[in-house]
Structure formats: structure tokens, C-alpha cells
Design a protein around this ligand. Sequence first.
Ligand code: BDR
Ligand code: CA
Length: 311
Amino acid sequence: MARKIIIDTDPGQDDAVAILLALTSPEVEVLGITAVAGNVPLELTAKNARIVCELAGRPDVKVFAGCDRPLRHTLVTAEHVHGKTGLDGPKLADPVMPLRPEHAVDFIIDTLRAEPTGTVTLCPLGPLTNIATAFEKAPDIVGKVQEIVLMGGAYFQVGNITPAAEFNIYVDPEAADIVFKSGRPITVMPLDVTHKALTTAPRVQAFRDLGSKAGTMVAEWTDFFERFDKEKYGSAGAPLHDPCVIGYLIQPDLFQGRHVNVEIETQSDLTRGMTVADWWGVTDRAKNAMFMGDLDADGFFALLVERIGRL
Ligand code: BDR
Ligand code: CA
């Protein structure tokens, strides 16, 4: 049976590829997509999510707009990576499909209340504002969540937006703190994993060789954002962060990690948003997250190309 998921996202080219992967994979059933402010402001992330659904030929997918700013801090965006629209690269038409009128947070709450306990997985691909707000507003739903599989944080790779923090957690550390303290099973795709999911030239060519609109889009999105990352990291390609979340749900054996304690730094200006992961087990703090550290990158890209090839 397909696993029911809600994708909470701030597209973002890599979010877009994650959504395409989910919408082409029978292993998951996307109950809805909830947009949050992150890479670009909410108005754009809510629009971009719909552009991607239409590209997948799925205008029926429910898309909701959620929180337009983090719980406490001013919104920090990442146009320097993703471009002004968040999906810079190919030329994209405005979506025709409507945004649902309900607030994303209410959709998350209503869905978790309506579905049997332990059957809905949350897949956050951006700052955790929507998820934390739902947990605060309706504490009864927390125990109903099957699992939270998220992209965020880092241990060995430390940070990308500051020397100490990864972007999604940095933007809303208070929200991340609420989620990591929720007591639900959490699986984390940190930079330690996503920096191994590199868009090398042959991998991008494989998308282009699909000869389809979706294959070309993915290649052009990658061409756009990898310029920044290649320069920054001196690597052969850019990390394709967010699809790791969906890839894990489809083929978990591609990933390896450790069940550890993860705490979020919310106090220090210097290390705000740091994910303090007890990778070496040097504290007796309770283990609250499966923190991934490695992946079979070739297997992951083979999965991606095969699934995008279905479009
Ligand atoms: C994360 O930040 C965003 O820029 C990407 O979409 C990804 O979710 C990586 O740090
Ligand atoms: Ca994202």
C-alpha cells in the first residue's frame, strides 16, 4: 500500500525535483503539498509548487499556502542560490490550477485528525514553520504522525548558510526545536548525505537524454543552481538536497545513518540553527532522530532518472 505523505516545501529547484519524484512514484500517495516561506517568499513558493504539479500532469494535487514568516525571526531567503523566482533556469508559465483556500497549517491538522493514527508521514523540505505551528495549535495531532522525514541540518558538513547552520534549520530554529522535541520518529537528510547526491555532468545528461519536457526542466534547473554550488564547494556538481527525502521513502536501503540525539541551537547568535547531533554517542541524551550520513549516489540518481522518465 502506498505510504500517505504531506510534502511541506519552499520550491526551490531541488524541492521541485522532490515533488516530481513523489508524483511519479506509486510507493507514496501525496495527500497534499503545503508551501512555506523559505528559499523565496511564500507567494512564490505557493506558486512554484503548482507549477511543478502541472509539469507532472497533476493539477488535481491539493496545494496550500502556509506561514509567510518564521516563528520568531525575520525571514531569510536564498535567491542567491535559487534565483529571483526560486525556480530560475527554464522559462516557466504561470500555473492555472488554483491554490486551495484553506491555510496549510489547518490542512495538516485536519488531515492528521481525519486519517487513522500512524498512517501519515510528514515530509518537510524547507523551514519547519508550518509543521511546528500545526503541532503548537493542535497538540493532539502530534501522536498521530507516522514519521517525519525531513531535509535539514548537518553534522560533519556543519553549515551552508552560516559556518554553523544549514539553511532550513537556520531560517526557523524555534520551529525546528519544536519538531525535534515532538517525540515522533524523525529521519533526517542532513548536508552530510545531500552533499553526496551531486549533479555531476553525466547525471544531468541522463535527465536531458530523457528527451521529455520534465527531463529537460530538471536538467535546466540543475544547470542554474549548480553554478553557485560548484563555485562554492569546488565540487563536480551541486547537491540535490530535497529529493533525498522522497528517495528514502521509496528505497530506504540507499541510505545509511545512525539513531542519535539531535538538539537545535536557538540561543547563540554565532551558531543559531546548528543541529547538534550526538553522532559519537558522547552524551546520554535521548535518541530522537535517525540521522543519515551516507547514500548510494549512483543508485539514487538511477531511481530519479527512471521516475522522471515516466513523465
Ligand atoms: C536546503 O535549503 C534550500 O535552499 C534547499 O531547497 C534545501 O531544502 C538545503 O540547505
Ligand atoms: Ca527546500
